[in-house]
Design a protein around this ligand. Structure first.
Ligand SMILES: NC(=O)c1ccc[n+]([C@@H]2O[C@H](COP(=O)([O-])OP(=O)(O)OC[C@H]3O[C@@H](n4cnc5c(N)ncnc54)[C@H](OP(=O)(O)O)[C@@H]3O)[C@@H](O)[C@H]2O)c1
Length: 299
């Protein structure tokens, strides 16, 4: 009996220590992601998790795994067809919803004042939440002004913490800003070493709007992960081409949302806040710009 009690005590002590350790390491990893302050004062993680193509159980498990590793910002969209899976993954993690930053997008077929309100409610339901941290117009098509008015109202009602756009060029952005009551907090655009958009990034920043980059790896197209320039720069810091790419974007002041279903890549992509690219490295990466979208099929 004594032995049984002693073994039970050892087990309890072991569980207490491991739970404290895992809570501490989780806290350490989480706090290692810096935040950026948006133009309405809301803070958002500088690095998040993309969810394109992560559907059904792959989506649920990838999102839950990413949270466990320290990701807090999740980027989804109605058109990805995975808001439900993302929502389930978030719940599965057990992490307090208030500690998460959930971003979703309004699709082209839902543009216009009434449609936007309806589409937004559907997204909330699918995600299983009563507010989102960010809602973006996915593409500058159709009745942008009508949609924006609806989003402003949802923002004022406390159902969205920050509203923004995606894939807007400088003219489209200026047009919206001129007519809007509430300025967009973010413009999410394609940004990777092969499509660097220096002018657009400058214009967005100058308007006080945060830049968020999608497809930071161009989905690996054009051999990005084995690109000689990125690999050679990485060697100096003991980092991969993927990490160099993320770091380069972060140093340009861009919020990044790499996507992967591989836990090893998830960790690797988080491990980008303990080194700094030199001016010369940054300059060298600019030479990789092909000045053209890596996804012509989406335009
Ligand atoms: N607003 C828009 O119009 C728009 C458009 C596209 C994307 N987005 C958003 O941006 C997010 C990111 O873009 P994306 O999903 O197109 O592609 P991405 O993040 O550029 O690339 C994803 C690919 O890179 C691989 N990968 C990830 N980390 C890696 C690493 N450390 N080493 C080697 N390979 C790695 C993944 O591998 P595995 O397959 O093995 O996981 C996956 O095949 C999307 O998920 C979505 O949330 C927005």
């Amino acid at each position: 009996m004594k032995k049984l009690i002693r073994n039970a005590a050892i087990l309890c002590a072991f569980l207490a220590v491991t739970s404290v350790l895992s809570a501490q390491s989780l806290k350490k990893e989480v706090s290692s992601i810096p935040t950026v302050k948006l133009n309405n004062g809301v803070k958002m993680p500088a690095l998040g998790f993309g969810t394109l193509e992560l559907n059904d159980s792959l989506g649920i498990n990838s999102v839950a795994q990413a949270i466990l590793l320290g990701y807090r910002l999740f980027d989804t969209a109605t058109i990805y067809g995975n808001e439900e899976a993302v929502g389930k993954g978030l719940k599965k993690s057990g992490v307090d919803r208030k500690k998460l930053f959930i971003s979703t997008k309004l699709w082209v077929s839902d543009m216009g004042y009434e449609n936007t309100k309806k589409a937004f409610e559907k997204s909330l339901k699918k995600l299983g939440v009563d507010y989102v941290d960010m809602y973006l117009i996915h593409r500058p098509r159709g009745d942008v002004q009508g949609s924006w008015k609806a989003m402003e109202e949802l923002y004022k009602a406390g159902k969205i913490r920050a509203i923004g756009v995606s894939n807007f060029d400088s003219t489209q952005l200026a047009d919206l800003v001129a007519k809007a009551e509430i300025k967009p907090a973010i413009n999410q655009i394609e940004l990777n070493p092969y499509f660097q958009e220096p002018e657009l990034v400058k214009v967005i920043k100058k308007s006080g709007i945060q830049v968020e980059g999608w497809s930071p790896f161009a989905q690996g197209r054009n051999g990005l992960f084995t690109n000689k320039v990125l690999v050679e720069i990485g060697k100096k810091y003991n980092k991969t081409a993927a990490q160099v790419t993320l770091r380069w974007l972060i140093q340009r002041g861009v919020v990044v949302i790499p996507r992967t279903s591989n836990p090893a890549f998830m960790k690797e992509n988080l491990d980008v806040f303990n080194f700094k690219l030199s001016k010369a490295d940054m300059q060298q990466i600019t030479t990789l710009d092909k000045k053209t979208s890596q996804f012509p099929e989406w335009n």
